[in-house]
Design a protein around this ligand. Structure first.
Ligand code: IMP
Ligand code: MG
Length: 187
């Protein structure tokens, strides 16, 4: 894992706030996303595939990922709110937008930015299972490997992540930093 330190002042996207270090740089992410696309392509030889992005955190990952999957697919989104502006989990998960696409009989691949406590996934997987998909799997960009009681392990994982608060490449702190092209840990 790259551990380059970054100067807050050196990156105008950070508005002067320093990040502790870059955990995953742009090239490392791009290479892994390409590999994941290949893994997903190989894992679904037939059937309808619906890639379901969990907003907002997955928006950049999802858009890069689907362009690396070489088979027909559909894209829809779910919006769940769990964290508010805090850096620790509030423990509650609210579904704010429910996908309108039919899920029954399709392979559903839920795309998540990061698995932390696992509460969000436990709640969402239970909701999605009721819609009778042909299969239901999770692709997470990052996995902190600290969740206990995770009911469905991720089938596809980008990187094991350090147990730090990470921002960038879709991940936010209080809605900031989502646009960073790299993933950094916050001071
Ligand atoms: P969980 O329910 O605790 O697994 O949390 C999952 C959600 O919390 C993710 O989809 C993120 O939106 C958010 N989250 C968890 N850890 C981080 C982090 O390190 N940085 C930014 N967001 C995080
Ligand atoms: Mg968030």
């Amino acid at each position: 894992m790259a551990t380059r330190a970054v100067e807050g002042a050196a990156d105008p996207r950070l508005s002067g706030r320093a990040v502790k270090r870059i955990a995953f740089d742009e090239e490392t992410i791009a290479a892994r996303v390409r590999e994941l696309g290949g893994e997903i392509t190989a894992a679904y030889p037939d059937g309808k595939l619906l890639v379901l992005g969990l907003l907002k955190g997955s928006f950049i990952f999802l858009s890069d990922l689907v362009r690396q999957i070489s088979r027909p697919l559909q894209v829809d989104f779910l919006v769940a709110a769990s964290y508010g502006d805090a850096m620790v989990s509030s423990g509650t998960v609210r579904l704010v937008y429910d996908p309108e696409t039919e899920l029954e009989g399709k392979h559903i691949l839920l795309v998540e930015d990061i698995v932390d406590s696992g509460r969000t996934l436990n709640r969402l997987m239970a909701i999605l299972e009721e819609r009778k998909p042909r299969s239901l799997e999770i692709c997470a960009l990052l996995h902190k490997r600290i969740a206990d009681g995770l009911k469905h392990e991720t089938k596809f994982t980008g990187f094991d992540a350090p147990n730090e608060f990470l921002v960038g490449y879709g991940l936010d702190h209080a809605e900031n930093f989502r646009h960073l092209p790299y993933i950094a840990s916050l001071q």
